[in-house]
Design a protein around this ligand. Structure first.
Ligand code: AHR
Length: 508
């Protein structure tokens, strides 16, 4: 059976700009994300540039990776940056107590991370240690990275082989301060964030965009406390956005509970729908946190940064439970698509989002085989690839009519998700059919500008848990979509069951 839905889009009413940074990434010293994922070392048989995997860099450049958050996550609040600079052989070791209780040798530190960002063409987002560090330590790290003259930290950087300062646009003040980042109360953290932010200085022309560790899921009190905390400072400094420029938010999608999150593969159709309903919750969270922020910042100068999001499943059998290695299927791809629709709709407030995590951890773009080193692009990667047209484009409102819903527990899950954007003479429409079983058609009612051409791509597979492996690299890969036809209102698009479709429009 096929059913029909209508999406009305006014192509001549561009909204807020969708920051390319909502397509941002996160890489933590966790499992095989850094070690074995990004970093193999100079002597590795895997092709590398100064120890950084060339194939990983190439794959991420192909999706125009805009930024990379590092070194955590929970790890960030245990990390002391001085341990990761200077000759590699003499760097001290530490225990990575959050993730597998393994010994970290600090081979990948500040210089390696900045080198990685330069190879990627991505903006660095450094997550500073507020949980177990000191104000002076964080302040010195900023100076080390960004100062040009002969200050003590700039001199140390030079002695370690880097003459010029780096540009560091994004700076995190702690991570999950309500949990692994110090088990703090909101009021306590808000005071500390003000203090730390003050000493994270703008050196020379480097302007830091400071991001205060934000709320877990629906903790509106946390967001409200942070917003209130710098309200008085903002009032004192006309034109300034206060000590920090953004607050963050973390939300992970699971099909089960925290103790049994559900498996990445072999899940039931019911679990598919539960997952989609949980992914849709991002929309509600953005609305609720934005509403709180609007009260204190009606002109939307303070950003909301979703610096951790994605699926979190039970680890793959036989892998270290502390390494958070999971398979990535068509279901993960649809979860990503639903999140991007929400980020696009909230473009006015959501300035950045970072999927957790880029390689070999949680909802990864890339999986690398620990034995052969083979690289696999996941279905999630392909959604990022199909959406590059949304980077820095103007959001377009998509008014959906006739969308069927399905009851999932107490919520009604709309079975179609959509968003759109326009940049010059091209528009991109993203369409997800979240229905596990039913194909549907959707009519794009396109108004305001003439559509003179179109191309379309589709991402789907027979099985809901289809995924790519070293043996089958393209089991889930985008293909040209022939199912787009002229319609009196615009275009009619076939949406196979459990599929993601993008339609690129040429406009006049
Ligand atoms: O991404 C894995 C972990 O999830 C991060 O370290 C932490 O911030 C969050 O709880």
């Amino acid at each position: 059976m096929t059913t029909s839905t209508i999406a009305v889009i006014d192509l001549d009413l561009p909204g807020a700009t969708i920051s390319r940074h909502v397509y941002g990434h996160f890489a933590e010293h966790l499992g095989r994300c850094i070690y074995g994922g990004f970093w193999v070392g100079e002597d590795s048989p895997v092709a590398n540039v100064r120890g950084i995997r060339s194939d990983v860099v190439e794959a991420l450049r192909a999706i125009s990776i805009p930024n990379l958050r590092w070194p955590g996550g929970c790890f960030a609040d245990d990390y002391h940056w001085r341990d990761g600079v200077g000759p590699r052989e003499s760097r001290p070791r530490m225990v990575n107590s959050h993730w597998g209780d393994v010994v970290e040798d600090n081979a990948f530190g500040t210089h390696e991370f900045m080198d990685l960002c330069e190879l990627l063409g991505a903006d660095p987002y450094v997550s500073g240690n507020l949980g177990s560090g000191s104000v002076a330590e964080m302040s010195a790290w900023v100076e080390y990275l960004t100062r040009a003259d002969d200050s003590p930290m700039a001199a140390l950087r030079r002695a370690n082989g880097r003459e010029q300062p780096w540009r560091v646009p994004f700076w995190g003040l702690g991570n999950e301060a309500w949990g692994c980042g110090g088990n703090m109360r909101a009021e306590q953290f808000a005071s500390l964030a003000r203090q730390y932010a003050t000493y994270c200085r703008n050196h020379g022309g480097n302007l830091l965009y400071r991001i205060a560790a934000g709320a877990n899921e629906a903790d509106l009190h946390w967001t409200e406390t942070l917003m209130r905390s710098f309200d008085d400072l903002a009032a004192d400094r006309a034109g300034s956005a206060g000590p920090f420029q953004a607050v963050s938010l973390h939300y992970y999608t699971m099909a089960g509970s925290w103790s049994d999150k559900g498996d990445a593969t072999g899940f039931s159709t019911d679990q598919w729908y539960v997952t989609m309903a949980r992914a849709r919750r991002m929309e509600e969270l953005l609305t609720r946190h934005s509403t709180v922020m609007d009260r204190y910042d009606p002109h939307r100068k303070v950003g909301l940064v979703v610096d951790e999001w994605g699926t979190w499943w039970n680890v793959e059998k036989g892998t270290n439970p502390g390494f958070l290695y999971q398979q990535n299927t068509l279901r993960d791809a649809l979860v990503a698509a639903v999140h991007f629709d929400a980020f696009h709709r909230h473009a006015e407030r959501v300035v950045m989002a970072n999927i957790a995590q880029t390689v070999n951890v949680l909802q990864a773009m890339i999986l690398t085989d620990p034995d052969s080193g083979a690289l696999v692009l996941t279905p999630t990667y392909h959604v990022f690839a199909m959406n590059t047209g949304h980077h820095d484009a103007a959001a377009l409102a998509v008014h959906l009519r006739g969308v069927e819903t399905r009851a999932v527990g107490a919520t009604e899950l709309p079975l179609v998700s959509a968003s759109a954007s326009v940049k010059g003479d091209t528009a991109l429409v993203s369409l997800s059919n979240l229905d596990a079983e039913t194909d549907r058609t959707l009519v794009l009612d396109l108004r305001g500008r003439d559509v003179v051409g179109h191309t379309a791509r589709v991402l789907t597979a027979t099985a809901l848990d289809a995924h790519n492996t070293p043996e089958q690299l393209d089991a889930v890969a985008p293909a040209d979509h022939a199912g787009v036809h002229p319609h009196p209102r615009g275009l009619e698009v076939e949406l196979p069951a459990h599929s993601y479709v993008t339609v690129a429009l040429e406009l006049r």
